[in-house]
Ligand binder design. Sequence first.
Ligand SMILES: Nc1ncnc2c1ncn2[C@@H]1O[C@H](COP(=O)(O)OP(=O)(O)OP(=O)(O)O)[C@@H](O)[C@H]1O
Length: 232
Amino acid sequence: MGTHDTILELDRLCFSYPGRKRRVLDELSFSLCQGDKIGLIGPNGSGKSTLLHIIMGLLQPMSGEIRLFGNTMKAEKDFRSARQQIGFLFQNADDQLFSPTVLEDVAFGPLNLGKTPEEAREMSLQTLARLELDGFEDRITYKLSGGEKKLVSLATVLVMSPKLLILDEPTTGLDPETMERIIRILKHLSISFLVVSHQYDFLASITKDIYRVQNGGLVYDGDAASLCRNAG
Ligand SMILES: Nc1ncnc2c1ncn2[C@@H]1O[C@H](COP(=O)(O)OP(=O)(O)OP(=O)(O)O)[C@@H](O)[C@H]1O
């Protein structure tokens, strides 16, 4: 397998929570290449969040290997540098947004990378415009609707031009209109992504590759596009 365009490789990961016998992940292997858009579905408690936390280096597997951007993750410092190229969209937008205004939230990442205030402002305005959020820069973050917060959260992540986007249940609590916007954005995105959702229809509308989290592993759920064609 060529490793240069493999963004994420998981090799026989095993994980149980301390004091628990049950293996949440049991010899789980998976890979995601440049350009892949992959959906993960699974019932409550199947291990989706656990898997995302392991990929981000927030939990350590008992055994198995994680490679990100071709590098084996051995220590926290490896994850720290890999995380700079990963955009993680939290399930709850309030975990992502912490500044008084939208512009401050979106500009936070670029400023942190050493961009000048002017550069960070320009990058933020461009990203907001890309998400059809023109004119949102001076809005008060905590007064936004749930859908608007989700879109601004996505802006804070996309402004960093990540190589991989990970989205944890991005449609939870969204109104149909914002859901359509998120679908449109993800469909046209050129960045590779891994998205976890309970909603099969949502996943099928943004990707043709869906995996089911099952018995501690990932099972390919077929080509969603052809499943839709068959259903239609
Ligand atoms: N901190 C923890 N300590 C012990 N067990 C845990 C902990 N967190 C999760 N679990 C257990 O691990 C299993 C997998 O949980 P996880 O949250 O990864 O599932 P999930 O697929 O993300 O579920 P949901 O869809 O409800 O978010 C569940 O049985 C859960 O009860």
